[in-house]
Design a protein around this ligand. Structure first.
Ligand code: ZN
Ligand code: ZN
Length: 343
């Protein structure tokens, strides 16, 4: 079993000086827990990431903080690395019970909330509207999936968000901004790619990097083909280089799995994985004619992984090749197809 898929440990653990890890349960493909990091200071405590919404993660938060000797009322700051539910899930409830501030990147955007604060250009606005409507930019043929996605979107916007209170950031940070927590200084490091709003936190004095989902120990973070900018794979690789270039990173504390000691080594192997995937795609489009994203995904992934996530990841990779000028994109009978340039 990959370490990210391991069930949550019931006991809080000090993983770096003054940094307590509490693991929260999550039942999602390939993931068994989300790490919540707790940093105490003279005013109380800050927490980083808050697990999936729901009863089991909430009781794990209560239990974990209790065992760590940190009453919820003492939490003054919540940092959320990015807009995925296994990270922001309990932030609103924690805010309500503690009055804590919520810090995110400026681009923080939960998909069912209004996005007016983002100042999007026309292309981005169109992409967001498509995603909200449950329509994939690769115009997949699986209508039932699309209808289901639409239904889910409607339900979340009209019903679900009342069951899962949506947190509103009280402070939105840009890259390089610093946060003072007692004697600690943490620096916000914008690392778009996995999502456009992904933020890592770096403590220059100790070399600790809280990496969220940007760098994980054994699985490669999902690169989504929608809602993450025109070329999220290029963004992601640039953000990996950016993390590696931080001066003096010693220990990486990820959102899933155990601490990572060798950031440069891990980043190199993740990059390698994406290079291999791009090479596979180059060969596939070279060998066959123009193909839809679904067909490409079926070539790239084993059958058990077929579906939306595989298609989204494939779309991000084939679009990257298009931006490199290696493949062409066309629309045939309402379907988006990709083929090798000059074929
Ligand atoms: Zn994520
Ligand atoms: Zn995650």
């Amino acid at each position: 079993m990959k370490e990210e898929a391991a069930p949550p440990s019931p006991d809080p653990k000090e993983v770096a000086p003054g940094v307590i890890r509490v693991q929260l349960p999550i039942n999602f493909t390939g993931l068994g827990h989300t790490n919540m990091y707790v940093l105490e200071d003279d005013r109380g405590a800050a927490v980083l990431d808050t697990g999936l919404p729901g009863r089991s993660a909430w009781s794990a938060i209560r239990r974990g903080l209790g065992a760590a000797g940190v009453p919820i009322a003492r939490i003054h700051t919540i940092m959320v690395t990015h807009s995925h539910p296994d990270h922001f899930g309990n932030a609103a409830r924690l805010m309500a019970e503690s009055g804590a501030d919520l810090l995110t990147h400026t681009a923080f955007q939960i998909w069912w909330t209004p996005d007016d604060h983002l100042a999007l250009d026309e292309d981005e606005m169109a992409r967001h509207a498509e995603a909200r409507a449950g329509r994939m930019p690769w115009h997949g043929a699986s209508q039932h999936r699309s209808i289901r996605a639409r239904a889910r979107g409607w339900w979340m916007r009209n019903v679900g968000h009342r069951m899962y209170p949506t947190p509103s950031p009280t402070r939105r940070l840009i890259d390089g901004e610093e946060l003072q927590l007692g004697r600690r200084t943490l620096r916000a490091v914008h690392t778009p790619g996995h999502t456009a709003d992904h933020l890592c936190w770096f403590e220059p004095e100790t070399g600790v990097l809280f990496s969220g989902d940007h760098v994980l120990p054994s699985i490669t973070p999902h690169i989504a083909g929608i809602g993450a900018g025109p070329d999220p794979l290029a963004d992601y690789v640039a953000s990996l280089d950016k993390a590696v270039a931080l001066p003096g990173v010693g220990l990486v504390l990820p959102a899933h799995g155990d601490p990572i000691a060798d950031l440069a080594g891990r980043a190199a192997s993740i990059k390698n994985h994406h290079e291999e995937r791009l090479d596979q795609l180059r060969h596939i489009v070279e060998a066959s004619g123009p193909m839809t994203v679904e067909n490409l995904a079926e070539e790239l992934f084993p059958k058990r992984s077929w579906g939306f996530m595989a298609e989204s990841e494939t779309f991000a990779h084939i679009e990257h090749l298009r931006f490199l000028g290696e493949v062409d994109r066309a629309e045939v009978d309402g379907r988006v197809v990709f083929g090798a340039v000059g074929h």
